[in-house]
Design a protein around this ligand. Sequence first.
Ligand SMILES: Nc1nc2c(ncn2[C@@H]2O[C@H](COP(=O)(O)OP(=O)(O)OP(=O)(O)O)[C@@H](O)[C@H]2O)c(=O)[nH]1
Ligand SMILES: Nc1nc2c(ncn2[C@@H]2O[C@H](COP(=O)(O)OP(=O)(O)OP(=O)(O)O)[C@@H](O)[C@H]2O)c(=O)[nH]1
Ligand SMILES: [Mg+2]
Ligand SMILES: [Mg+2]
Lengths: 282, 293
Amino acid sequence: LQLRGKIDEELLEDLEEALIKADVGVETSGDIIDKLRLRIREEKITETVEIQRTITGIIKDMMLADYAGKEPGLKELNSKPLVILFTGVNGVGKTTTIGKLAKRYVDTGKSVLLIAADTFRAAAIDQLAIWAERAGADISRQNQGADPSSVVFDGLKKALNSNVDIVLIDTAGRQHTKINLMNELNKIDRTIKKVIPDAPHESLLVVDATTGQNALMQAEMFGKATNLSGVVLTKLDGTAKGGIVVGIKHQLDVPVKLIGVGESTADLRDFSVDEFLKAIFD
Amino acid sequence: SLQERFDGIFRKLKGKGKLNDDNIKEAMREIRRALLEADVNFKIVKNFVDQVSEKAVGQEVMKSLTPGHQVVKIVHEQLIQLMGSQNFKLNFNDNRTNKIMMVGLQGSGKTTTSAKLASLGRKKFKNISPMLVACDVYRPAAIEQLTVLGKQLDIPTFTINTKNVVKIAKKALKEAESENKNLLIFDTAGRLHIDQVLMKELRDLKQTIQPDYIFFVADAMTGQDAVNVAREFNDQLEFDGVILTKMDSDARGGAALSIKAVTGKPVVFLGAGEKISDLEEFHPKRMADRILG
Ligand SMILES: Nc1nc2c(ncn2[C@@H]2O[C@H](COP(=O)(O)OP(=O)(O)OP(=O)(O)O)[C@@H](O)[C@H]2O)c(=O)[nH]1
Ligand SMILES: Nc1nc2c(ncn2[C@@H]2O[C@H](COP(=O)(O)OP(=O)(O)OP(=O)(O)O)[C@@H](O)[C@H]2O)c(=O)[nH]1
Ligand SMILES: [Mg+2]
Ligand SMILES: [Mg+2]
């Protein structure tokens, strides 16, 4: 983004274009530019070099509101187990992300159990089992076609009995337009609470960075089924910027906690707003 | 809806009967907003709005008594024209080996769609005996996934224990001859368009297979990045058509317009669910309506 010359409407249009191209969306981009226009007037900004700092600051405030300016990480718990539920539409990277996170926890000396609650898709359980092996985690599974809630119930009982530190629950990809599948998800959430009342301690929506405006609808509907605590933004190693997470935070108050940057176990990182914005504006 | 927003804009014109530059501008802003919300690429939206604006300030619209309707009609027609006609026809010949290669980003729906196409081929064409070929040697349980789908259809999946996909393809072609399989569908691993090594793998695979069809499989919910991905895949592989998956979502699917505009290649099928039967024909008018919301 070339910030030279004077601060005029053309510069603001260029900035709005950069946001829209990053999938921030028309409405949220407009809000950001409106805020910027106000700040330019209030702070009497005349240097274009100040503009990037100002707009970055505005978006950073949006993303980190209620977090004292620091990215929220995953919960840490004094009790066992910490339970994390993974949801999202088809093909976004839920299973792969679980494998990566399992490895991260195992590497810090924690015991991890994966629950294979995608009992629908072909080879879904086999796929998770391979990740369990790669990570050094255990897996709780039944046959394809089993009731996902019963798999979750049994898995959590097993976790309590074996005193495991971390439980990661994989669910089948589903479209939020399918009421029966969203009800199934809600039932999974209620089943979790039957075994461990304050679980899941994290309920993460996995979002593909290449996704456009539909991600907002996904966050809204999945949030109704399971009360989201965060987003995992995957496939940021591509050319997509994942700007839809700005709207998800600004409108639904769900923060990004992790990002996926590849297909291997090591390709999982904590979310950094600075790096995220640098990619959008550079 | 766009029609409702236009009615609002042009309602103020009742009794005056003529369109002027100002309310055309306002209508164009609404169109721009609607298309961007539908994930159509920024640059393509700009070009589209310029084209429509040019047509709308023309004489025919000026004379109309329902300017709102007239502008919406121009938008629809322009959109349908851009989406392309419906004249792609899948053609399988039962006395030779028909070959399809599936390519695209990670998670777009290639493996599932491979099975759907195998089933469609056998159903719609006489004497077609399909075989799936597992060329994804990277993703955990990818081969198992294709094999399971094949078993559900009683369609064999060709797989050998090697990391060399060109070798798999060569052996699959031989197997097809000896087993009288005349429709081969090659499923490949998802990959980034910017991964030089893996894009070269696809070029090598294309060279080996000499496919009749290369289908670029893309997710209907893809946003602004669709053009970057599609352009690169097309520049490197010259695919024949696009299969837009997950159309059973409520994604508006603007990526369809972006991909067509930047590659010139037609959308040939729509994935509309996870079942084998969930493969539909592409209808430009229906897609245009969906994109406009
Ligand atoms: N490049 C890249 N690919 C990823 C990333 N995360 C996942 N993938 C790939 O995306 C594809 C889908 O990943 P899965 O983990 O199967 O996705 P899922 O959400 O579990 O899919 P379903 O269970 O079928 O809904 C696989 O090819 C993964 O390797 C990432 O951060 N970067
Ligand atoms: N709702 C819906 N889901 C679909 C559709 N097509 C595929 N899927 C689902 O999307 C997910 C990804 O599909 P795959 O066939 O594994 O995608 P892929 O392109 O082979 O993925 P990689 O091999 O990892 O690149 C799975 O959960 C599929 O069941 C569709 O049209 N609608
Ligand atoms: Mg999965
Ligand atoms: Mg696949």
